[in-house]
Design a protein around this ligand. Sequence first.
Ligand code: LMR
Length: 339
Amino acid sequence: MQNFTRRTLVQAAVVAATAFSAVAAMAQAPIVIKFSHVVAPDTPKGKGAQRFKELAEQRSGGRVKVELYPNSQLYKDKEELEALQLGSVQMLAPSLAKFGPLGVKDFEVFDLPFLFKDSAAFRGITEGPLGVDLFKKLESKGITGLAYWDNGFHIMSANKPLHTVADFKGMKMRIQSSKVLDAQMRALGALPQVMAFSELYQALQSGVVDGTEGVPSNFYTQKVFEVQKHMTLSNHGHLAYAVIVNKPFWDGLPADIRTTLTGAIKDATTYANAIAATENEIALDKIKASGKTTIYTPTAAELAEWKKALMPVHKEMESRVGKGTIEAAYKATGFVPVK
Ligand code: LMR
């Protein structure tokens, strides 16, 4: 009888200890944030993501673990947005030109050719009411927008020089999924082709497309300069990202953790925005140094011709992007449309 009681007590103690350690383990298990993106770690976005990881892990005292998946390692452009909505990943930083397939077409306002004369004009949108309104439109898609990251201006590349508008005639040009970019290439006489970023190098190498637009940091890290003989510093478009999270995940975080992560994003944003221009200059220097690609600066007359060909895209895209959104963007950037 005594033996039986002792055995029962021991068993009960073992059960209690096991349960306790399971609870303790659960309490200690970090909150994991899977952060997927399509570019190389050694780019403004890659470095911004790395900075966020360091700040989030350090400031949360290890309660948060950020796993970075660069280079489309987990998902390609379109798939990563679906994965975010499904909760398979918690965080992304897609280009603003990739929100159309989600049904939020207003983001394509950022792609209007020659809208931004400099980065300050871009911040006019992202740091003002329009930037906030655009993020609100993501909420019904189960997505929360946390920050905008700048990555500078688009240049053009091909295997032949692209100086005048006529040079684009019949050229197959890879674009991101934005309909504004599609209209832009058509206005130049080119044939736009939407393609995932991860397929770019191979498509250029094999001749599936003849050229593309992009930023030097991506052209360098994706080795675009190895398969494109000519680049034109047109700065006709702009590349930027929205750091976004799965909304149910974000809303479900303990309040103190959400505050810590908000602070980490804020500081990572300051960092990513501060390095973008320099990173792109360094990348352009490396492309020049490779000797594989000529870098052409268009003349004022050539740029005027590009602008003339591209301005009708603004009007044409009112039905897609929304007249109100375009007007708000003009106001925020100080852009004056040429009548
Ligand atoms: C592209 O697809 O060209 C860019 O959006 C890639 C990126 O995220 O910088």
